[in-house]
Structure formats: structure tokens, C-alpha cells
Ligand binder design. Structure first.
Ligand SMILES: [Zn+2]
Length: 280
């Protein structure tokens, strides 16, 4: 070991250059075992944004800020079932997450008026958002009758322009449900007009039955938030989601988990022209 007077890591080497072994020993002293544990905790935002896995000992990646994430679904329960596990992970990490709905699910309860159904499903969406720790937003279109008009393009565009999201999630556009397709197109248009500044991800819903031709580019291990996600989904009691969950949604979480080598996962398609990283 070299005498201390020969060099300092804070100043220039004095006289004798330290060997790699000396450097490693000194660096390892600074990285305590506890800090090492902190440095190896990956974050969801980091992996979703394709950012380098460089961590400070502050538990968060050195180059990230508190991110704003907007998830846009056509109906109450679409964001929750499509990417509720990822939303919870991001919110739990301290990022701001907005769950936006084109409609209030007006046509989603049999033998119930649009007005009453909207009230019931809005209430369920608000409870779901509270469980996921995300902020709700409603755009005022009508379930089963979503439209692509100049005004609706403007609504989403202005919302994104004002909010400046770092990441956007929305429906994959090849989907049996017309409202899902419309939602995806409105979001894509706004993202494109705003010069593709956000990272755009598509989520799947009931793949095979609704989303089709979905070939994921990214996976998120949602095992830590699976219970939180299920709670937020099952709160949509008017849709009897809990009953059909194992058949329609649970299988997807397990299948994507198999692909990802984790118990559960959610899968996404990242738009290839998304920015490779966000500005910090
Ligand atoms: Zn839907």
C-alpha cells in the first residue's frame, strides 16, 4: 500500500501513480456494502426509457428526474388491466402518473342508462386510481361511440402540450374494439404533432380477443405490484372483472411473465421513433 502522501483521489497524484489495485481498494472503501445494495436496484422508469443502468447511491438513477407518465385508455378499466402493474411501479417509485380515459364507460352496464352507468364507472375508476396512486382524467367522449374529429385531435394535443409527458402509454391500434383503435390514433396524432418528444408505448388488452398482432419489444416485471394491480382491476365491479380475470387477463400476465422469466409481467411495444432517453 502506498503511503497516503503520495497521492490523493481528490487531488492530482503526487509523485507516484497509484496502481489499479490501489484504486480498486480505495473505491471499494467508499462503496459500503449497504450502498452497493442500493446501487444495484434497477428502476422501472430506467429500463422503460432505455437509459443506461448507472446508479448513484441515492437509490435513483443519477440521470433521471421525477417523470410524468400519461396512460390513455378508451374506457375505465383499460389502463388498469393493460398496464396497472407498471403504473403502480412507476407511482411507487415517486413518478407522477395520470390515468386518462376517453369515456366514462357509458355503454358498459346492461339495462342501465348512460348517465347512471357513467356515474358508477367513474366512481370505480376513481377508486382504482387511488389504489394505484395515480391521478384520473376524463376526456368526455361517449363509450361505444368514440369519434375521430378535428376537435378530439385538438383535445388530446392540447392536453399533452400542457402536461409535457416523458412517457405515454396507450392502446395498440390493431384491436377488435373500435373505441380502442380510435384512442390509439388520437394519441399517436398528438405525439407525432408534438415532435415525438415523449417515449411512446403501446399496451395490450385481452390479446387475441381484443389486441391482435401484438409482438412486444419491452417487458416489465410486475410481480412486486401484482396484488395492487388486481385490487385496482377488481374494483370495477360493474364489469365483473374479478370473475373473468383468470381467463382474460391473468393468463396474459403469466404468459408474459414466462417470456420475461419472472412470475408476472406486462408487455409493451415501444414506438421505434421514440427518443432514446428523456432530458434530465
Ligand atoms: Zn376498453
Amino acid at each position: 500500500m502506498l503511503p497516503k502522501k503520495h497521492f490523493s483521489f481528490r487531488g492530482k497524484p503526487r509523485g507516484i501513480k497509484p496502481s489499479m489495485r490501489d484504486l480498486n481498494q480505495n473505491v471499494m472503501k467508499k462503496i459500503s456494502r449497504r450502498n452497493l445494495m442500493k446501487m444495484t436496484v434497477p428502476t422501472v422508469a430506467c429500463s422503460l426509457l432505455g437509459m443506461p443502468m448507472v446508479f448513484s447511491n441515492e437509490r435513483k438513477p443519477a440521470s433521471t428526474k421525477r417523470l410524468k407518465i400519461i396512460v390513455v385508455g378508451a374506457h375505465p378499466d383499460d389502463p388498469e388491466t393493460g398496464c396497472g402493474g407498471t403504473m403502480a411501479l412507476l407511482a411507487n417509485e415517486g413518478h407522477e402518473v395520470i390515468s386518462a380515459y376517453l369515456t366514462r364507460g357509458e355503454a358498459g352496464i346492461k339495462e342501465t342508462s348512460h348517465k347512471d352507468a357513467a356515474k358508477i364507472r367513474t366512481d370505480e375508476a376513481l377508486k382504482g386510481c387511488a389504489i394505484l396512486k395515480v391521478t384520473p382524467k376524463f376526456f368526455g367522449q361517449i363509450d361505444g361511440n368514440c369519434e375521430i374529429t378535428k376537435e378530439h385531435y385538438e383535445t388530446i394535443y392540447k392536453f399533452f402540450k400542457e402536461e409535457e409527458p416523458d412517457i405515454i402509454f396507450t392502446h395498440w391500434p390493431i384491436d377488435r374494439h373500435r373505441d380502442h383503435r380510435i384512442c390509439s390514433i388520437l394519441v399517436y396524432d398528438a405525439w407525432f404533432r408534438l415532435k415525438k418528444k415523449s417515449v411512446l408505448y403501446y399496451f395490450e388488452v385481452m390479446s387475441g380477443r381484443q389486441s391482435q398482432h401484438f409482438a412486444p419489444t419491452n417487458f416489465v416485471d410486475i410481480t412486486p405490484t401484482i396484488a395492487q394491480k388486481h385490487k385496482a382491476c377488481f374494483i370495477h365491479k360493474s364489469q365483473r372483472i374479478e370473475e373473468g380475470y383468470p381467463e382474460y387477463h391473468g393468463k396474459m400476465e403469466i404468459f408474459r411473465g414466462l417470456e420475461n422469466n419472472t412470475p408476472y409481467a406486462e408487455a409493451f411495444i415501444r414506438h421505434i421513433q421514440s427518443p432514446s432517453r428523456v432530458n434530465s
